[in-house]
Ligand binder design. Structure first.
Ligand SMILES: *Cc1c(COP(=O)(O)O)cnc(C)c1O
Length: 447
């Protein structure tokens, strides 16, 4: 352990970690980043195959974005956003409304993903309170959902690792059994799926719609659940269901927005518009915390009144609408336009798929699933029965450590090793990324 690592462990509590692990596996102290690579203080480099927790789009220390920051910081770094505004926020709001699915016409600013989810949940609840539906106080989420880690966000989450201990504090959310395509209980396959798994959602919504204000969902990919990809038909049916019963559909596109799934927004796969949409992570290309909550005019209008009525949304965050974050987001949208990013990513995605093929007959690779720029290998103990490894074995974590030694950052989700690289990876980077994953899997599990 070097001096910086020692000091780090003396003072810092790292996220989503058992700090005792750091005794044998101390933090890697980074110095700089360039393109898809991170460099530590000893000059070793790591390919950032998870986009630093799904945020980075165009590589680290991107020249265009760096310049946009420099330009903005010389003008205005931050200012109060109540009664005041600025060009970067106005430009961003206008462009985002034009880019997102039809009907999402108003933008509320927050400053990270979880707070965007809080805003969405509060908006839906308050809307129904103000519309004379005081009984609508409950949310519906699907199994293994993830929407962030503040208390309300955890309440609509269903991953025990994050939720379990807090359950006595959490809201009473309905949990519907969601899609589980690799182990589909209906025996459907992805290509000819009829979305039968909407059944449990239908049951809950039809029985309890009078109490339900909103359904929240991660469109197309349940990220934290292990990059669980599901067909668009589920979203189509869910949209219908919410319409039938006067329930808001909240699309949490925090992880999947900005091209990750091969479309600018994941809802486009199902050609649906949610009532509320949350955006963060890729919004600032991985540079700064910023989030947006988009909503329909119907929701916005229900809050529009004389001040004395107080049908206002009395919600704020100190760094709401930060101009530097907004300037970055605008430059990121410029890059999407100028560099034809969505089209180019199709080729990158194809390459990852081709490169992964030799690994598919490995006895512990249960499935490789992919949508756009997200690919995931689900490792199993038994390929035939699809029985997974015991989580206490920490198979993914062991493979992660081996891959790091070989220079690739592949931080897993349980027994799922996934690829979600910045969009700037080239052919060599992909070979290195997938080749190292293969090497690490075979080194740990044999071949
Ligand atoms: C990361 C994430 C969040 C939470 O965002 P934070 O900025 O980490 O609070 C919420 N929903 C989804 C789908 C996410 O992936």
């Amino acid at each position: 352990m070097n001096e910086l690592q020692r000091k780090d462990l003396q003072y810092i509590w790292h996220p989503c970690s058992q700090m005792k692990d750091y005794e044998s596996f101390p933090p890697i102290v980074l110095e700089r980043g360039e393109g898809p690579y991170l460099y530590d203080i000893e000059g070793r480099r790591y390919l950032d195959a998870v986009s630093s927790w799904w945020v980075n789009l165009f590589g680290h220390s991107n020249k265009r974005i760096n310049k946009a920051i420099a330009n903005q910081v010389d003008k205005l770094e931050h200012a109060i956003f109540a009664n005041f505004s600025h060009k970067p926020a106005i430009e961003l709001a206008e462009r985002i409304v034009k880019l997102t699915p039809e009907g999402l016409n108003k933008v509320f600013f927050a400053d990270n993903g979880s707070s965007a989810v809080e805003v969405a949940l509060k908006l839906s609840f308050q809307y129904h309170q103000q519309m004379g539906k005081p009984k609508k106080i409950r949310y519906v989420a699907i199994s293994e959902a993830y929407h962030g880690e503040t208390l309300a966000a955890l309440s609509v989450g269903d991953i025990d690792l994050y939720n379990e201990i807090y359950k006595p504090l959490l809201l009473n959310t309905f949990k519907a059994a969601g899609p589980n395509c690799y182990r589909c209980p209906y025996g459907e396959d992805r290509e000819n799926c009829e979305g039968s798994c909407i059944e449990d959602m239908e049951r809950i919504v039809s029985e309890h719609h009078e109490e339900i204000t909103a359904v929240i969902i991660e469109p197309m990919i349940q990220g934290a659940a292990g990059m669980k990809i599901y067909p668009a038909i589920y979203l189509k049916k869910l949209r219908q269901l919410c319409n039938t019963y006067d329930i808001h559909l909240i699309a949490d596109e925090i992880a999947v927005g900005f091209g990750r799934t091969g479309k600018m927004f994941a809802c486009e796969h199902a050609q649906i518009s949610p009532d509320i949409m949350c955006l963060s992570k890729g919004l600032t290309a991985g540079y700064m915390p910023l989030s947006l909550v988009l909503m329909t005019d119907t929701i916005y209008d229900a809050f529009y009144d004389d001040y004395v009525s107080l049908r206002a949304f009395m919600h704020s965050h100190s760094y709401t609408g930060n101009p530097i974050g907004c300037a970055i987001a605008c430059e990121s949208l410029n890059i999407f336009e100028d560099e034809n990013v969505i089209d180019k990513n199709r080729i990158t995605s194809q390459r990852i798929q081709e490169r992964i093929r030799p690994l598919l007959d490995h006895p512990n690779v249960g499935e490789f699933r992919q949508l756009g720029m997200v690919g995931a290998l689900e490792l199993v103990k038994d390929k035939k029965t699809k029985e997974g490894f015991d989580w206490k074995q920490r198979v993914g974590y062991q493979i992660y450590q081996i891959a790091l030694k070989h220079g690739v950052l592949l931080r897993p989700l349980g027994n799922v090793i996934y690829f979600m690289p910045p969009y700037v990876v080239d052919e060599k980077d992909i070979d290195f990324m997938v080749g190292t994953a293969e090497k690490a899997i075979c080194e740990y599990l044999g071949r």
